[in-house]
Design a protein around this ligand. Structure first.
Ligand code: HEM
Length: 456
């Protein structure tokens, strides 16, 4: 099971304290300006103020959790639910009835529906598609010809998710549409979250029109996928069939809106997160040729020169460690929020009912208190003898608890396989015009990564 049982936080007996206020708040805006200007630096600097700190965002108090153990306690506690500005804005745009934003009994029921498709023993069934897509990518790329890593990463992420989970043919045109839509929607959603000026986004400005068009097309695309499956009359054993056949708690079929929102809730996080991670992996291979070479050598020693396959992934220890280390330093999901459903405590600090809590996997995974030479790219830190020293919850890119990403095994398998397949054939160089600085949005990814593949 990927869903861990929800364990109560250890009872905290001492009188709860008020969390300290983070420094640097200014009148009216509080910490808002710092958060908007440089969110990664801001979130990373909070731990020096305490393990739980109060932030002022305008008139609102938000609690930031900065210590790894407390992020685990937060994620595992029944005192918090998915809610807050991030989720409200996701719900408003992507639908209210999908698994990513549901709470309580509906969420539990939805997780039961989708879980079988992501179970560890279901993953080998996706192996042939993952292999096919990874090798097709290396065939498409030509030595010396620049790759636009954003579109290429989206393309393979969408194709693998769609072919494995929705068993759709997913022609390139559709993958392309989906990736363009998602890129526009996520950019607009992030803007609407950090600068919540509702009426401004209803003006007929080009940016708003582009956003609305992309959002409408995303929903249309999902309707097309569902309609096509129904028209085919087929019921393959896949996630889409599970969603279409799902029953509610009374044993009645679930409504059309819920089916639609569920497909959106799976396709959307499934493409953006994996695509962003692939971009960072390609960036890492270009920036650290010594690791690219080590991955190549490892793949060759495991495969003896034949095309790398899904079954080889477990043996590719260094390759897997490269993937984990890239995810540590550049986590696609860099910020997570919860809302307290009751008056409670966290690490001895008082958290009032209704309070929003925020934490940043980016800050946690780069904290010098958890990692030696914390900013170095060092895949060997994941060798068993060293990994045991990493504090619990200091590396949880898929989160823990009942909201843990269902797709951890599915994602890791494809990321390792893609890294192995592309490294077996190419090393990479950045070309002029490439900008690999971090673009902060709903996920983190390079601004515009352009690479030239070079044959070994
Ligand atoms: C939830 C990360 C890939 C589907 C999450 C959460 C994280 C995460 C951190 C938990 C959010 C929270 O605690 O509030 C990632 C990363 C990925 C990845 C880093 C890849 C590198 C995928 C893929 C899919 C997917 C490929 C689907 C095909 C979901 C869904 C949820 C989720 C449906 C909501 C689960 C729930 O609320 O019960 N993901 N994810 N993710 N992820 Fe992923």
């Amino acid at each position: 099971m990927t869903v861990e049982s929800v364990k109560p936080v250890t009872a905290e007996t001492a009188e709860p304290r008020e969390a300290p206020l983070a420094g640097g708040a200014v009148p009216v805006l509080g910490h808002g300006l710092q958060l908007v200007r440089d969110p990664l630096a801001f979130m990373s600097g909070l731990r020096r103020h305490g393990d739980v700190v109060r932030l002022k965002l305008g008139p609102k108090t938000v609690y930031a959790v900065t210590a790894p153990a407390l992020t685990g306690a937060l994620a595992l506690s029944p005192d918090y639910k998915i809610d807050g500005p991030l989720w409200e804005s996701l719900e408003g745009l992507l639908g209210k009835e999908g698994v990513a934003t549901a709470n309580g009994p509906r969420h539990r029921r939805q997780r039961r529906t989708i879980q079988p498709a992501f179970r560890l023993d279901a993953i080998p069934g996706y192996g042939p598609v993952m292999e096919d897509e990874a090798h097709a990518l290396t065939e498409r790329w030509q030595p010396g010809r620049t790759i636009d890593c954003t579109s290429e990463s989206f393309r393979i992420a969408v194709r693998i998710a769609a072919r494995c989970l929705l068993r759709g043919d997913f022609m390139d045109e559709r993958a392309e549409r989906l990736s363009i839509d998602l890129a526009t929607v996520f950019r607009g959603m992030y803007r609407r979250m950090v600068v919540p000026l509702g009426p401004l986004y209803r003006l007929p400005l080009p940016g708003n029109r582009e956003f609305n068009r992309a959002l409408a097309d995303l929903h249309l695309l999902v309707d097309e996928i569902i309609a096509e499956r129904r028209a085919s009359g087929q019921k393959p054993d896949d996630l889409l069939t599970a969603l279409l056949e799902a029953k509610d708690d009374n044993g009645d079929p679930i409504g059309e809106q819920e089916i639609h929102d569920q497909v959106v809730a799976i396709v959307t996080p499934g493409s953006e997160t994996v695509a962003s991670t692939i971009m960072w992996l390609l960036q890492v291979l270009a920036e650290h040729p010594e690791h690219a070479e080590k991955v190549r050598a490892e793949v060759e020693s495991v495969t003896g020169g034949r095309p790398v396959g899904f079954a080889d992934v477990r043996a590719l220890r260094h390759t897997n460690n490269v993937v984990v280390e890239a995810m540590r330093l550049r986590p696609a999901v860099w910020i997570l929020t919860r809302r307290a459903v009751t008056d409670t405590t966290l690490g001895g600090y008082r958290i009032p009912a209704g309070a929003d809590i925020v934490y940043s996997p980016y800050a946690i995974q780069r904290d010098g208190r958890s990692y030696d030479r914390h900013l170095d790219f060092d895949p060997d830190r994941w060798l068993p003898e060293r990994a045991k020293d990493v504090p619990k919850y200091a590396m949880s890119p898929f989160s823990v608890g009942n909201r843990k990403c269902p797709s951890d095994h599915f994602s890791m398998a494809q990321l390792s396989l893609i890294t192995a397949a592309v490294s077996a054939r190419y090393r990479f160089e950045q070309v002029s015009g490439s900008n690999d600085t971090t673009r902060v949005g709903i996920t983190l990814r390079p601004h515009r990564l352009l690479l030239r593949p070079v044959r070994w």
